[in-house]
Design a protein around this ligand. Structure first.
Ligand SMILES: Cc1cc2nc3c(=O)[nH]c(=O)nc-3n(C[C@H](O)[C@H](O)[C@H](O)COP(=O)(O)OP(=O)(O)OC[C@H]3O[C@@H](n4cnc5c(N)ncnc54)[C@H](O)[C@@H]3O)c2cc1C
Length: 390
């Protein structure tokens, strides 16, 4: 979460460090302030953007002609169970305020020996944004522990409670996200005010109760996949693995000036997999409504094998050669080394210094088009792109 600042530039509040200014800016330090500001913007017919930690947002360079409400209220409340004592496996339900830094909440759970979210260590951003795209990593996702959310329903103006099943979670998806992407709105119908998680007390000081569900993590922990490991060790290892890939926000490391994975892993009919070269990773993910077998491909593999290696960037336009008003021949501008793929991971598009949103998108378009041309597979952006498009 960005520190309090009077800046209205999204570049100062997002992990990629790009994006123009908002016309109005409200930093909501309490839930009541957030509800008031959102309701007032909606009543005035103002465009609204709700911001958490800015780690999954790409705002247009032109900025936002409306009100940005920054969710800055924090807090963790134990709703049932005892956070400090109890038998192994006992449920403890906690309510986390929307503006609480997600990783602080994970650290809190590990300190209290409560299992369930330790594999989600190091994901930047706010707790309130975690259900929006059903954040996940290392075989875990928030849908596995989320009981419900309290949210402001902008359609009715009421604060409502939505259970996990109401949120219709999918891979990096939920009904909250779909309420934006389906209608092209900059903010969802439901604004999350707090999330309720059901965590389980781990054996005292010993084994976590959440199974390790990811091969690479199991290997780092030296345990069998599907078995357990001490909570603090899981957290430490996840943070180290993420750090090695530039997937923990660190202002000193340009490889982390990103939105994390820029593209989701494409889910395609199994027949598409059959056309890909041998060695292309694919995981069965069930069937479409019409019975077609579906597989999930690795976006990182596709990008790498389409020729976009770690650190891939685009040069500046040579003046006079195809330059159109200082932009590339296609009129979109070239990134000029200001943006590139992370040098640690092909999935992240990073700001190397003074990149604009358009620079980031230029890299994204080049990669997306290159993968489509090479493999015939469409990549889709994971972050929310506001006021411009890929
Ligand atoms: C280095 C790095 C690594 C990452 N790794 C992962 C990862 O492993 N797994 C993963 O899933 N994601 C990952 N991400 C993406 C990102 O951290 C998550 O999506 C995170 O949940 C976004 O939180 P935020 O508060 O920063 O959201 P923001 O960028 O502030 O907002 C994202 C979207 O959610 C909406 N939103 C924000 N708060 C609310 C709210 N309270 N109610 C309703 N809508 C809201 C916004 O309007 C916007 O549309 C990574 C990002 C970075 C920079």
């Amino acid at each position: 979460m960005s520190e309090p600042t009077t800046s209205r530039r999204l570049a100062d509040h997002t992990t990629t460090g790009v994006g123009g200014a908002a016309r109005n800016w409200v930093r909501a330090e309490t839930e009541a302030q957030a509800v008031q500001a959102i309701t007032a913007a909606d009543a005035a017919g103002e465009a609204l953007f709700v911001l958490g930690g800015g780690s999954n947002t790409l705002m247009a360079d032109a900025g936002f002609d409306g009100t940005v409400v920054q969710m800055a209220f924090t807090g963790i409340e134990v709703l049932s169970g005892d956070a400090d004592a109890g038998a192994e496996g006992t449920a403890v339900v906690v309510r986390i305020a929307a503006g609480h830094v997600w990783d602080d909440a994970v650290a809190w759970s590990v300190q209290h020996e409560l299992a369930g979210i330790e594999a989600l260590s190091g994901i930047p951003g706010s707790a309130g944004a975690t259900p929006v795209q059903n954040v996940g990593a290392y075989g875990a996702d928030i849908s596995q522990v989320l009981r419900s959310v309290r949210a402001l329903d902008r359609e009715s103006g009421q604060v409502v409670e939505l259970g996990a099943e109401d949120l219709r979670f999918g891979y990096r998806d939920s009904i909250i996200k779909r309420s934006m992407t389906a209608g092209g709105a900059p903010s969802p119908r439901w604004i999350v005010l707090s999330i309720d998680l059901e965590l389980l007390r781990a054996a005292h000081g010993a084994e976590a109760t959440a199974p390790v569900r990811y091969g690479q993590l199991a290997k780092a922990l030296d345990v069998e996949e599907g078995t357990h490991a001490p909570l603090a060790t899981v957290r430490e290892n996840v943070l180290a693995l993420r750090g090695s890939k530039g997937m923990v926000s660190d202002p000193a490391d340009r490889d982390t000036w990103s939105t994390g994975s820029y593209f989701t892993n494409p889910i395609v009919p199994a027949s598409v997999r059959a056309r890909l070269p041998e060695g292309a990773p694919a995981f069965g993910v069930g069937h479409a409504e019409d019975g077609t077998e579906l597989v999930k491909l690795s976006a990182a593999w596709l990008i790498d094998h389409a020729g976009f290696k770690k650190g891939f960037g685009l040069p500046d336009v040579v003046p006079g050669e195809g330059e159109v008003d200082g932009r590339g021949a296609d009129g979109r501008g070239l990134a000029g080394g200001r943006a590139s793929l992370s040098t640690k991971h092909t999935l992240a598009i990073t700001n190397r210094g003074d990149a604009s949103t358009e620079d980031i998108l230029t890299i994204a378009r080049t990669v997306r088009d290159g993968v489509k041309e090479r493999f015939g597979v469409e990549l889709h952006a994971e972050p929310m792109i506001i006021g411009t498009s890929l």
